[in-house]
Ligand binder design. Structure first.
Ligand SMILES: [Zn+2]
Length: 193
């Protein structure tokens, strides 16, 4: 699947929104990716995750891990395509942890997946939670659907892939050209994305 096809899936699902958005960070942006508009459609979610799986199959991951909530679906579908386990981290007392009997075994090779990377905060948190696996070199890669940082975030893992890289500028409110044009502002976004 090439980038144009991925973008078409996002646009066609109404996940790629254009306008004037207030992000959780407080910054303003002309575009917003509402990932669950895509993820709600198993056909699209499955196809995107299969493409993500193809990017990492040669590294032989044995478990796919994502952060709740979006990462639950991504880890599951990517794991399905690879024929391995798919598990997720969720927040407990403010920290991302494995619960529900999930564990990463000493022989596991871990693939981390995430939906949309803006600043990479949630992926860095996942890598922090997988500290032992990272230090032992058993995290083989990080795969995500959309990189809206135009490729500026480096997770320092053996392989990092996004299916779609977007350059979506954002501005402080005081410098926002859309505010200057008087365009109405929509509140969107969550820290998790
Ligand atoms: Zn603005």
């Amino acid at each position: 699947m090439n980038e144009a096809e991925v973008l078409e899936i996002f646009r066609g699902s109404g996940a790629y929104l254009e306008g004037h958005f207030l992000l959780t960070s407080g910054r303003h942006s002309a575009a917003y990716v509402e990932k669950f508009m895509v993820l709600q459609q198993p056909r699209h979610c499955g196809a995107l995750c299969a493409a993500l799986a193809d990017e990492f199959r040669d590294l032989a991951p044995t478990v796919v891990v994502g952060p709740a909530v979006g990462g639950i679906l991504l880890a599951y579908e990517t794991a399905r395509a690879l024929g391995v386990r798919g598990i997720f981290l969720e927040r407990e007392n403010g920290r991302l942890v494995l619960r529900r009997g999930f564990e990463i075994l000493p022989q596991d090779r871990v693939l981390v997946v995430e939906d949309v990377v803006t600043t990479g905060t949630s992926v860095f948190e996942v890598l922090g939670a997988l500290g032992r696996e990272v230090s032992e070199g058993r995290v083989v890669g990080v795969g995500h659907l959309v990189d809206r940082s135009s490729g500026s975030v480096d997770f320092r893992v053996p392989r990092q892939r996004a299916l779609l890289t977007l350059d979506l500028p954002s501005w402080e409110a005081s410098e926002c050209p859309l505010c200057r044009e008087g365009k109405p502002l929509t509140k969107r976004g969550s820290r998790a994305s």
